[in-house]
Write a protein that binds this ligand. Structure first.
Ligand code: PGA
Length: 249
């Protein structure tokens, strides 16, 4: 059985004080919850506050991006070993906002994925089609391409910590969600690509999250699909009550 993982992607929201307040309000709501793993991915500047605030709890903390080099003259960038050093366990890679606004490509996703794994971070690699691709019937092709390139040059053993998030771009921040069946179909495509790249065992154990307008109202229907191994939650993860309601679906 794959343990589900519910991750909060706060994007560019919250100051350190607000991040601390979130954790104080959120922790009591999920105090005894061990069914799923919970990870918070705040902006970089909130990482120390959040890591300090979750200490002693079951919560993990992740970054929202990394650069693939360990160090160097790369003004403004943060490396995987740096996230590890401050206490992160996870990192989001290849989010569609990075692909859309900051020139992320399948190749840079692959480089970042290798860097994250080498540093001992659990990468959450995001893939997903845009609306035009879905309407043109290209969803499967797009997912296959994104996965193939992202997963290249890694063994099954190296890729064991990998987590993938299927995030149809048309569902992010729009209030539209993929139906549980649409998500389950996409997840099967992703798992098949993982089997090709890493072998059956790694593919069987691979957790594939769904992301895109996950809310307390739709969490149960999505999470009860056997192909859906958790959620990557943006907007609805900013409020402790609403994120707790998703975690406790
Ligand atoms: P959303 O964002 O839940 O606000 O749609 C999800 C994401 O971008 O990871």
């Amino acid at each position: 059985m794959r343990k589900k993982l519910i991750a909060a992607n706060w994007k560019m929201y919250k100051m350190p004080d607000a991040a601390r307040d979130f954790v104080s309000a959120f922790l009591p709501l999920v105090k005894d919850h061990s069914r799923d793993e919970i990870v918070l991915c705040p902006p970089y500047v909130c990482l120390p506050a959040v890591i300090e605030a979750v200490r002693g709890s079951q919560l993990g903390v992740g970054g929202q991006n990394i650069f693939w080099e360990k160090e160097g003259a790369y003004t403004g960038e943060i490396s995987a070993p740096m996230l590890r050093a401050v206490g992160c366990s996870h990192v989001i890679i290849g989010h569609s906002e990075w692909r859309q606004y900051f020139g992320e490509t399948d190749d840079t996703v692959n480089r970042k994925l290798k860097a994250a794994l080498a540093a001992g971070l659990q990468p959450i690699v995001c893939v997903g089609e845009v609306l035009e691709e879905r309407e043109a019937g290209l969803t499967q092709q797009v997912l296959e391409r994104q996965c193939n390139l992202a997963f290249s040059d890694l063994s099954g053993l190296e890729a064991a910590p990998l987590i993938v998030a299927y995030e149809p771009v048309w569902a992010i921040g729009t209030g539209k969600t993929a139906t549980p069946e649409m998500a389950a179909d996409a997840h099967q495509v992703i798992r098949a690509q993982a089997a090709k790249a890493f072998g059956d065992e790694t593919a069987r154990n691979l957790r594939i999250l769904y992301g895109g307008s996950v809310k307390p109202e739709n969490a149960k229907a999505l999470m009860s699909q056997t192909e859906i191994d958790g959620a990557l939650v943006g907007g609805a993860s900013l409020d402790p009550k609403s994120f707790a309601a998703i975690v406790l679906y």
